[in-house]
Design a protein around this ligand. Structure first.
Ligand code: SAM
Length: 410
């Protein structure tokens, strides 16, 4: 049976009966894809792993708790035979052959009439890799080829241009805190496909060096803004490039909607009638503390964390932050853009009841090679920032979570 290569095909299983014999780890691995394909899955097995049982409890599959019996495949279009009972596997396989039901056998690829490819997905495309022959099958190699193709498509090292017309427009991409590995897969793909990238100072700057030479990279901080506000000048640059029919990526640090002015850009683009997609990013407010071994919550220590902007001092009339209320909270306070004003912030928190001994950590340039962490308390933080010359960008964490991890290296 295995002398000829397998014929690859995509089964459209939506609403069609698929019988799975055996509820062990093979079923656990394969069931999610069958469920995602909309198959009407019947599991026949006396036992199942807790994950498979959860799928049955959630109504994603039907489960008959009994051994395989002849006739189980009567209505099946496709069968996955993966029980731990060789006799049951052989009997189910024989029934599949008689009934002309395509059948995968986990225990004996030679006896199977179908093989499951190693699959991965990228951008609406399924990549499926099959070994040519049953003999000499090397599933790890097959999976490695799948990984290489999917990873390459995702990170742009394998370029497969779209031949349908690309919709010009803008993608507001959250680039994460700085480490180039911490951008999302979607963000990285859009970056690889961009004609123009308008980038902030913060975020994964290293990725810009990888872009092909034809991509125009514009530093948002250097856009001339004359009588305009800087933000208006950035909005105009986005609109103008998109109107020229280009694919524009606005690469932002962290998440576009966390002190990132993402909505202002989206609104300006909407007013200009330009399509815009927003790709979330990993915000520095959680990831930078994490990179310095500070969890923003910890069981029994903090049941809340609050992220605030410290770009204006607590007594500044433009401040929208209720600092006295924050001083009463028992959880974690994460302050972005607060290095310059940390002295006034600490004083205000203490004046409204927070202990001067409350631990504080400043994490500068988190997730990059230059990351450093400086520890203090509310009483000492202003002096520590001066003495240690802490500079933005830094995330400031205030609260007991600062001390739950291992002590920072001296
Ligand atoms: C304008 S806000 C943008 C926040 C961003 N949208 C986010 O979700 O992370 C800039 C502030 O974020 C913080 N920040 C961003 N990236 C950082 C990093 N790698 N290390 C430390 N702080 C960072 C700093 O407090 C900085 O002043």
């Amino acid at each position: 049976m295995a002398e000829h290569p397998a014929y690859p095909v995509g089964l459209r299983l939506s609403g069609r009966r698929v019988v799975v014999v055996g509820g062990g780890t093979v079923a656990q691995r394969r069931l999610p894809a069958l469920i995602a394909a909309g198959a009407d899955v019947l599991l026949v097995s006396p036992e199942a792993t807790p994950s498979v049982e959860a799928m049955a409890d959630a109504g994603e599959i039907a489960w008959q708790r009994r051994p395989y019996a002849d006739g189980d495949l009567a209505d099946a279009w496709y069968a996955l035979i993966a029980s731990s009972d060789p006799a049951a596997n052989a009997a189910a396989s024989a029934e599949a052959e008689r009934g002309r039901v395509w059948c995968v056998r986990a225990d004996d690829a030679d006896q199977a009439t179908a093989w499951t490819p190693a699959t991965g997905h990228s951008e609406g495309v399924t990549v499926a890799v099959l070994t040519t022959e049953a003999r000499g099958r090397d599933p790890r190699h097959t999976a490695a080829i799948r990984d290489a193709v999917v990873e390459g498509l995702r990170d742009g090292t394998l370029v497969a241009p779209h031949h349908r017309t690309r919709t010009p427009g803008v993608a507001l991409v959250g680039g994460g805190p700085g480490d180039p590995d911490l951008i999302t897969v979607r963000g990285r793909r859009l970056l690889a496909e961009a004609d123009v990238v308008i980038a902030d100072r913060l975020g994964p700057r290293d990725l810009l060096a990888e872009l092909p030479p034809h991509v125009e990279v514009i530093d948002a901080a250097k856009i001339p803004y004359g009588r305009f506000m800087a933000q208006e000048a950035i909005n105009n640059a986005l609109i103008e490039h998109a109107k020229q029919g280009k694919s524009v990526v606005r690469l932002k640090g962290g998440d576009p909607y966390v002190f990132g002015r993402g909505m202002e850009e989206l609104q300006a683009l909407a007013e200009a009638g330009i399509a815009c997609t927003v790709v979330p990013g990993i915000s520095s407010s959680i990831s930078v503390p994490g990179a310095a071994c500070i969890p923003v919550t910890h069981r029994g220590v903090a049941h809340e964390f609050t992220v605030v902007s410290g770009h204006v001092a607590p007594d500044d009339e433009r401040s929208l932050v209720d600092w006295p209320a924050l001083a009463r909270l028992t959880g974690t306070l994460v302050v972005l853009m607060g290095v310059d004003k940390i002295g006034r912030i600490a004083e205000t928190l203490v004046a409204h009841g927070k202990s001067p001994d409350t631990p504080v950590a400043l994490v500068q340039e988190g997730t990059t090679a230059a990351q450093r962490r400086v520890d203090a308390t509310l009483a000492t933080v202003a002096e520590t920032v001066r003495a240690e010359d802490v500079k933005p960008p830094a995330v400031i964490v205030i609260g007991e979570v600062v001390t739950v991890g291992p002590a920072p290296a001296p």
